[in-house]
Design a protein around this ligand. Structure first.
Ligand code: SF4
Length: 502
């Protein structure tokens, strides 16, 4: 089949299926436990969660410097938050402080160097913002010997490599990625401190944080099951519900929300285009070469399915390599998985001719899946392994292309569920704590699996399907909890061990 025909067939296929399944909203079926009579100790699904989801799209899909959302973007935001808190301290209290200290615990301590956590903290203290941060400056920070001076309420503080303390990997804090920011006096006693937790995808919170004031969602749901009920009862499309909720939660106008979606789309597209132009080594203590450009050039010489797979892979690699080099990318849902959605998006725009509006609608479907995974399980590799990063990204990508093509909510759910299902159990084992191996290639596989999930969901008899997205997310959480800690972003298990010679 010629390239043009291949892509055309894909469009016709998705459009056709949307007509067939548009009104098919049958509930996601479970298997009755009685069919397993005789099997001791069969456990079963306890049902969907009940907390209302009020995460906003701009919180989930953020722009920030690579390579990691939990280990780079969140620490940068945390440091900026701490500096803002210093600005609010009573003058007399601040005047006792001599030094700022950032103590890293858990996975932040074990893999923070490879994730540029130290540079991110220093950038945050210097007043950089994730979405506009100077990535060249980031490369300079944290080098031994370099110091900078910041002024808070007219008082100077010197910051540099000594600001960062790589503290205990094992700890008893309630979250794996813990960062304690402290202001110390002459004797090293804390004048002021905050215990922060990086909870995945660039999100963070701190101990004792007051309840944030935010708007109530118009349409309340806590699960995909609940979301489908809302859609059915209100006779609304997925993107209509998401847009109404986003306006209510953030207080922003539709125009402002669309502007953010466009910024996300443009950043993703730019990441692909820039990455396809670059060659050479990526920053790492071992030789690691970019390959997106070469794979892309090779794919252009191929035909049919090989060409398709090569191209999609090259798009994902292009963004992921840029992210590994510290470029700005979108947390989708994390930066480790920043290449998966852009790959499918690039395919939609440049090969399948989806309109801008369709891509925005698709992004809203991706956000819904991200919300469900974040709120009902986790999107942090340190908590549930790579299933929570690449697995969720793949599910978001599958939902995006399915919904953007006009398929039903049932098909969109099925596509997301299938993509996530086939990432269950995936450990997080970055070699040396760098977001290189296996992270970069995992994005290519995540994108292809997402596309395949979309094909399956728009071509099968959905009423005959077992399971649903809520059940798969519950399985991800259960599996993630069972993963040994060495396989949750510690850099001490799996490939992080076997790829290193003794
Ligand atoms: S292995 Fe997966 S979860 Fe772990 S850092 Fe890499 S992309 Fe993130």
């Amino acid at each position: 089949m010629k390239r043009r025909d291949f892509f055309k067939a894909a469009i016709i296929s998705s459009a056709g299926m949307s007509l067939v399944f548009k009104h098919d909203l049958s509930p996601a079926k479970g298997i009755n436990a009685s069919v397993f009579d005789g099997r001791e100790g069969v456990r079963c699904y306890q049902g969907p969660p009940t907390d209302t989801i009020d995460t906003s799209i701009s919180e989930l899909l953020k722009i920030g410097p690579g390579p990691s959302s939990s280990h780079t973007v969140a620490p940068l935001r945390i440091a900026a938050n701490f500096r803002a808190a210093m600005e609010e301290l009573p003058r007399q209290r601040l005047s006792r402080a001599r030094k700022i200290e950032a103590r890293l615990y858990g996975s932040l301590s074990s893999t923070g160097r490879g994730h540029h956590t130290d540079r991110a903290i220093l950038a945050g203290l210097l007043g950089e913002k994730p979405e506009s941060c100077d990535t060249d400056l980031m490369q300079e920070l944290g080098h031994s010997g370099r110091t900078d001076t910041i002024s808070v309420q007219g008082q100077d503080f010197v910051i540099g490599a000594e600001t960062i303390v790589w503290a205990k990997v094992d700890h008893n804090f309630p979250f794996e990625n813990t960062l304690v920011m402290r202001l110390l006096d002459e004797q090293g006693e804390a004048v002021f401190s905050r215990q922060y937790y990086s909870t995945g995808g660039g999100f963070f919170k701190w101990k004792g944080q007051p309840e944030e004031e935010r708007g109530e969602p118009v349409y309340r749901y806590s699960s995909m099951t609940g979301f489908k009920k809302v859609a059915e009862n209100e006779n609304k499309e997925l993107h209509e519900i998401m847009m109404a909720n986003e306006k209510a939660i953030t207080g922003k106008s539709e125009q402002e929300i669309v502007a953010h979606l466009d910024l996300v789309l443009d950043t993703m597209q730019e990441g692909v285009m820039l990455g396809l132009e670059e060659e050479g080594l990526l920053p790492a203590p071992f030789e690691f070469y970019r390959k997106a450009r070469h794979i892309h050039q090779q794919a252009l010489k191929m035909e049919g399915g090989d060409r398709f797979m090569g191209l999609v892979s090259s798009y994902a690699l292009a963004v992921s390599e840029g992210n590994a080099a510290g470029r700005l990318a979108v947390t989708a849902p994390t930066l480790g998985s920043a290449g998966t959605i852009p790959a499918v998006l690039h395919l939609m725009q440049h090969k399948l001719n989806y309109s801008r509006d369709a891509m925005r609608r698709g992004l809203l479907a991706a956000a819904l899946v991200g919300f469900l995974c974040k709120n009902n399980a986790s999107v942090a590799g340190a908590e549930v392994g790579c299933q929570g990063e690449i697995g969720v990204a793949s599910a978001m990508a599958a939902a995006m292309i399915t919904h953007a093509g006009g398929a039903s909510l049932q098909a969109t759910e099925t596509a997301a569920s299938r993509a996530l299902m086939h990432h269950l159990g995936m450990s997080c084992d970055p070699v040396g704590g760098f977001v290189l191996i296996p992270c970069i290639e995992r994005n290519a596989f995540g994108a292809l699996k997402g596309y395949n999930a979309y094909l399956l969901a728009t071509n099968e008899m959905l009423s005959q399907m077992w399971g649903g997205l809520d059940r798969t997310i519950a399985a991800m959480l259960e599996t993630g909890r069972a993963l040994p800690r060495a396989y949750r972003e510690m850099g001490t298990g799996g490939l992080a061990v076997t790829l290193v010679d003794c």
